[in-house]
Design a binder for this molecule. Structure first.
Ligand code: XUL
Length: 515
């Protein structure tokens, strides 16, 4: 058996697989809001009066690991049969640990509370996460200092949620804590470290979301690091390929029935992990992941960057690179509309879409219930376009529901054109991908077939499949076993024109907003 973990924005999940049979044996999860109210992190984020500041509590992730393993043990499955572990974390979030951290991890006591032990190893009590967009001035500074090379070498221009700008802000605001920091981790490498009982390195996949990894040499960029903070280069362990075994499971976790010494393969970001989990690690299919953020990503044939500066290039855990475009207003925006009209998800993805026409009579919205990263819109603000009735809030609930979903995917179509490849096949994952209505809209907007696989937990599945590499399995073969399409939603050709026209109108409205 192999174990894959996914520490996403709002939950921690585990998936156990049998790669020989191609079977998912079990899956368990922990929800940060409902399982841990004492951490005051609703939806995984600490409450802050500044909407641009979004941090989480790294001890919440530690506590979640403990509970997750407890739940795994409670399934009654013989965990001593686990032969490899890997996982992934929400991207960009950073964890700062001091020089005592490694010693603490090396002597974790199975009888004491895990969070109490790890706490003293943190040099910063909170972790900025990907939802944070409070680093505008740090991004300006980084762009000024490095220039165009920043995007061509790291795959992205200066991005507010990326770890580089976040580290620069931490250094500027909290020099003493910065100096006390021995190692800067991403969520992924932090949790791998916890499993291994020692500091584990960041992989190329997740490392590329920092504005710090030079993708031409796959090593930390000394000049950028020096610009961000003194000694930063010495606080980063050398980045490693995502296939590398980074350590062995430490004794602490044996209390849950796992064997000490199980190899741990480098953790990566949730999106790179999902690329593998969806069987899209080789060029051919695009993945749309509908989670807290909506993301669009694909394995890249040729290295290219987004001229508009919204899209990114990350490392592909199977080698080479991947493109990624992230929309912050994903499931939470859909949820806002659902709650506003007091309907349930069945109505949202069912009757509401059945009772309205594709194109929605060209009534659409900029669904920025939160500030947005694609395109960059720093102040939340939903704007409505179309008929007077629709714009004045007097249309039916169903029309607003169709509008939010269509607008999200038309915007995705618009902002994904830089990848320069025709989209012939889309694979969808994440919670909302179970909705037939939403998938039909994606198929119609992109005019290409939309496939689902057997699980929506593709990030955890990617982790479990990558873990098999520790035991010498061939990743492509394992991936093929788990990622057969379970069903296909076909595009309806008769709506191609209406969505082409909607795309034009949407693009014009956005150009006007961004002037
Ligand atoms: C990607 C991004 C998010 C997070 C959370 O750039 O910021 O998708 O990885 O899932």
């Amino acid at each position: 058996m192999f174990l894959g973990l996914d520490s996403s924005t709002q939950s921690l999940k585990a998936l156990l697989i049998d790669p020989d049979k191609g079977e998912i044996i079990s899956s368990v999860s922990v929800n940060f809001t409902s399982d841990f109210p004492e951490f005051n992190c609703p939806n995984g984020v600490l409450v802050n009066e500044d909407p641009l500041v979004n941090h989480s509590d790294p001890l919440l992730w530690v506590a979640a690991m403990d509970l997750l393993f407890e739940r795994l043990k409670a399934t009654g499955i013989d965990l001593s049969k686990v032969r490899g572990i890997s996982g992934c974390g929400q991207q960009h979030g950073s964890v700062y640990v001091n020089s005592r951290f490694e010693g603490i991890l090396a002597s974790l006591d199975g009888k004491s509370v895990l969070t109490d032990q790890v706490k003293d190893g943190l040099s910063r009590l909170t972790s900025p996460v990907w939802l944070d967009s409070s680093t505008g001035s740090e991004c300006e500074y980084l762009s000024d200092k490095i220039g165009d090379r920043l995007q061509t070498d790291t795959g992205s221009p200066a991005i507010e949620r990326f770890t580089g700008a976040q580290i620069n802000k931490f250094y500027n605001e909290n020099k003493a804590q910065y100096e006390d920091t021995a190692v800067v981790h991403l969520v992924s490498s932090f949790l791998a470290s916890l499993l291994c009982g020692e500091n584990c390195p960041i992989d190329f996949g997740d490392g590329a979301g920092m504005n710090l990894l030079n993708l031409k040499s796959n090593s930390w960029d000394q000049e950028i690091a020096d610009v961000l903070a003194p000694e930063l280069i010495n606080k980063l362990l050398p980045a490693v390929p995502s296939t590398q075994v980074v350590g062995k499971l430490c004794d602490y976790f044996t209390k849950y029935g796992l064997a000490a010494g199980v190899p741990v393969v480098a953790w990566t970001g949730d999106n790179p992990s999902s690329l593998v989990g969806m069987g899209a690690q080789e060029p051919g299919a695009v993945v749309i992941s509908l989670g807290t953020s909506d993301t669009f990503f694909a394995a890249m044939k040729n290295f290219t960057t987004d001229p508009n500066g919204c899209g990114h290039v990350f490392g592909n855990p199977a080698g080479g690179c991947m493109s990624l475009i992230c929309f912050k207003n994903g499931s939470l925006a859909r949820e806002k509309v659902k709650d506003q009209y007091e309907v349930d998800w069945d109505f949202f993805g069912g009757k509401a879409l059945d009772d309205t026409e594709p194109g929605n009579g060209f009534n659409f919205m900029h669904p920025y219930f939160e500030s947005e990263v694609t395109p960059l819109v720093n102040e939340a603000g939903v704007k409505y376009f179309g008929s007077t009735e629709f714009c004045s809030g007097k249309a039916s609930a169903c029309e607003y529901i169709r509008a939010v979903v269509e607008s999200q995917f038309v915007s995705m179509m618009l902002h994904s054109q830089w990848i320069g490849e025709t989209v012939n096949k889309i694979r969808v994952t994440g919670g909302a991908s179970s909705s037939d209505g939403i998938c039909q809209i994606i198929a119609d907007v992109f005019q290409c077939p939309v496939e689902r696989i057997n699980t929506t937990d593709s990030a955890a599945l990617g982790g479990a499949m990558r873990a098999t590499q520790a035991a010498g399995y061939n990743l492509s073969k394992v991936v093929r076993k788990f990622t057969e399409a379970s069903d296909v939603i076909h595009p309806r050709k008769e709506y191609a024109d209406v969505y082409e026209a909607l795309l034009e109108k949407y693009a014009a409205s956005e150009a006007e907003r961004l002037i």
